[in-house]
Write a new protein. Structure first.
Lengths: 323, 323
């Protein structure tokens, strides 16, 4: 624990009472002016701390920011969001940064989080609307010992984890739209972008990017009919830290279940949460399109569709339109 | 064509005769002192050019280096080694550099070449012996519009291209040892390391790394029994530029054949060049090993082995020991 994190811990323990500078100085083994310096830094980060030359310091509240100390505080995970966190006020894209860090050797579980993305990305070069402090924009570095053709399942594991987190901390009923969107009332509340780097036949790393619309009060015109946020659906602002912690908790559990016990149980849960099962759809792929009824998720994560001429089609990705 | 390349072209055209500085200055539309400046740069790169205040300049020879202008000179390709070449006297790893450039948007066909690698890499973290100017150490950036599960075939296309290039310009009989080695008389003369970056279900880029032992006169003790070079096998030094050009020519043709017409014809040629067909082998994989007879290459690039208990095994990668 760094000095700043230690100071935060003592301030929080005060639970609404003043903590004297002398006390803090003694407990932490640093000078009173060093305590003051750290307090100033915390304030710069957005923490509300009152000070009095007689009474010391009073902790008033945490900032509405996804600061590493806040993410770590009380998180129920072993690795994800607990060990390595890279925090940025602004970033072009958390996936871009995470790939760069992974290429330089960042370990499994490294979390990259930004308050704002200037070039937030979606599938096939699309953008992800990422206004400052309104959503969760994060990427997680994974290094699973899996053959590369297992990587697409990680997108599905992520989708289930997002849905479970939303079910746990909001009153919303999320639905997974294969392969990488989470919808509420038919509109996108979360998108997932998985990028994989392989060396010959082994995965080097997977970067799982998640963009979640939390307190977004409105969307640009072109997204108005497509996107939604927890705030828009519930009429209430939600604590982003709590939601991120819950997602990381769910994801860590499901990810290690997947690695140890395989995809079966997660695939089953995926089916329950999916919006597509039994629906008549048209899938637009890069080179062709296909219409038919969605039958099931295949063992390898592909979608099985009975096409209009009766044939079974195995689809690995595409844009899905529900009839 | 840059000024330096243009100057080289005029000097070569002299074909053993002196070219006057005035002539060059007039043809190129630059001052005589600018001509002199460019001549100095060429000399620094290793070109042998004699000068005389009366007669001008005499082109004596090209350096034994893989300089971009040398690679481009007379190459029969459309893109590979013709457009974008990044040349380095020394590099940690051409694959590492190529991945970095690809992540920053370098186009298909970009060639990264180094005279020496300080951390040349092989499969699963192994190293590749890369002494200065003795071999070809290169990486090529590809951006094929293929689903990620087709990427392993690119390693096989590369193997066939290396073998064809060796057959074309040396008297050697190369054999491909699946998945990524080229052998001569049972020893490694070339290794291939393919790395792939995917975004969801689409390939973003593939980096194909090739390390070829050309004029290597000797190997460190631990590689003495394993490695060989064209020089060691033929007793003659070979021109690295010619060999690299031939490889790029073969590879460009086969790569676009693969993209346009599929893998079938290349897979057939691969079978002819493979050392493993019909052999009894043991394959050591990450989590297990398998012994049996190699039957064929599967349509997806996997090796099909009839194991000792009669079952067919599909192997995507591993270390192969021939009995």
């Amino acid at each position: 624990m760094g000095t700043k994190d230690e100071l935060l811990w003592y301030l929080r323990r005060g639970e609404g009472c003043w903590v004297s500078g002398e006390d803090l100085s003694g407990k932490m083994g640093i000078s009173r002016s060093a305590v003051w310096k750290q307090i100033s830094r915390l304030r710069q980060e957005g923490y509300a701390i009152r000070s009095s030359s007689k009474k010391g310091y009073l902790f008033l509240g945490v900032p509405e920011m996804l600061l590493p100390a806040e993410i770590r505080e009380g998180i129920g995970t072993e690795i994800f969001g607990r060990r390595d966190i890279a925090y940025f006020g602004e970033l072009d894209s958390t996936n871009r940064k995470a790939k760069e860090m992974a290429a330089e050797g960042a370990p499994e579980g490294t979390l990259v989080v930004a308050e704002e993305q200037s070039r937030g990305r979606g599938r096939i070069g699309r953008s992800w609307y990422s206004p400052a402090r309104e959503g969760i924009y994060m990427s997680l570095i994974l290094r699973p010992k899996l053959p590369p053709n297992e990587a697409p399942k990680i997108t599905l594991v992520t989708g289930v984890s997002v849905a479970e987190a939303l079910l746990a901390v909001t009153p919303l009923q999320p639905a997974i739209k294969w392969p990488n969107d989470i919808l509420v009332n038919g509109r996108k509340i979360c998108g997932i972008l998985t990028e994989t780097s392989t060396e010959m036949d082994a995965i080097d790393f997977v970067v799982v990017g998640v963009g979640m619309n939390v307190n977004t009060p409105e969307f640009p015109d072109e997204l108005n009919e497509i996107g939604t946020s927890i705030y828009l659906e519930t009429g209430k602002a939600f604590d982003r830290v709590t939601l991120l912690q819950e997602f990381l908790h769910q994801f860590e559990q499901l990810y290690f279940t997947f690695l140890k016990s395989g995809f079966e149980s997660i695939g089953k849960r995926w089916g329950e949460l999916s919006i597509l099962m039994g629906k008549d759809v048209t899938v637009q792929m890069i080179d062709r399109s296909c219409s038919g009824r969605v039958l099931k998720l295949d063992r390898d994560g592909a979608l099985i569709i009975r096409s209009e001429n009766g044939e079974l089609e195995k689809i690995y990705s595409g844009d899905i339109h529900i009839h």
